[in-house]
Design a binder for this molecule. Structure first.
Ligand code: URA
Length: 234
């Protein structure tokens, strides 16, 4: 059955439908070597679809790695202002891998990158509620009221946050450390939740995705996921 091109591209996990439409509009999508037009449909699997040089659908071979992203790197595939890219931390032999979700420039920790579009889509789909745990250091103290707000919902400009879990709260001078587990992934969510409560984020590190933990992986280092870890994620 033929399907709109932007939907086929988005289903590969490479980018959103809106981004795919933009790529088509910019003439960066080809179907069997011919520049595709906006609104075009195609038969998935029957034609070769390329976005720039990336063949859509040729992503089933499946390399998935965990990277301990340092602060000061961005998760997009290129940056016009010349900031460092997470892809620069991976060896070229791994081929092109795409981040599953984003961590901000100033956020560190567990980032998954893959060429398995189905896995990327599964993990990013809000319906699957894959949890993400962050180690957060804030300026100020997390009293009972603020802790409860983080756990039951903070009103942000894009609506109230869902239930979350706070653990391992430790005061340290004027700062406080705690772990926050979210089941949704909005843009800059942890920073915005803390800021809404008057807590400035000093340090933010993702330490787990689902039951996959960063462990002792050194900063800037990566490793391939084991088959068992991949099965659990799926
Ligand atoms: N929440 C944030 O505020 N930033 C991130 O990078 C991830 C989650």
């Amino acid at each position: 059955m033929s399907e709109r091109l932007h939907k086929i591209i988005a289903a590969s996990g490479l980018m959103s439908r809106r981004q795919a439409e933009e790529m088509i509009r910019l003439g960066r999508v080809k179907v069997d070597g011919r520049v595709a037009g906006l609104g075009e449909s195609a038969e998935p699997g029957e034609v070769e679809i390329r976005v720039d040089d990336q063949v859509i659908g040729a992503m089933a071979s499946g390399v998935t790695v965990m990277l301990n992203k340092p602060v000061g790197y961005i998760c997009t595939m290129n940056d016009p202002s010349g900031r460092r890219l997470v892809s620069e931390l991976l060896p070229p032999e791994l081929g092109r891998l795409y981040p599953i979700g984003r961590l901000d420039f100033n956020t560190e920790g567990l980032l998954l990158l893959t060429n398995d579009g189905a896995l990327a889509q599964h993990l990013m789909h809000p319906r699957h509620h894959v949890s993400k745990t962050y180690l957060v250091k804030v300026r100020g103290q997390l009293d009972g009221h603020k802790r409860q707000a983080l756990e039951t919902g903070v009103l942000l400009d894009d609506g109230p946050t869902h239930q979350a879990r706070v653990a391992a709260v430790r005061a340290h001078g004027r700062n406080c450390w705690f772990e926050l587990t979210l089941h949704e992934g909005r843009n800059r969510q942890v920073r915005r939740m803390c800021e809404a409560l008057g807590l400035g984020v000093v340090r933010l590190k993702r330490i787990a995705v689902g039951d996959l933990t960063l462990g002792e992986l050194p900063r800037g280092a990566w490793r391939k996921l084991t088959a068992a870890e991949l099965n659990r994620l799926r």
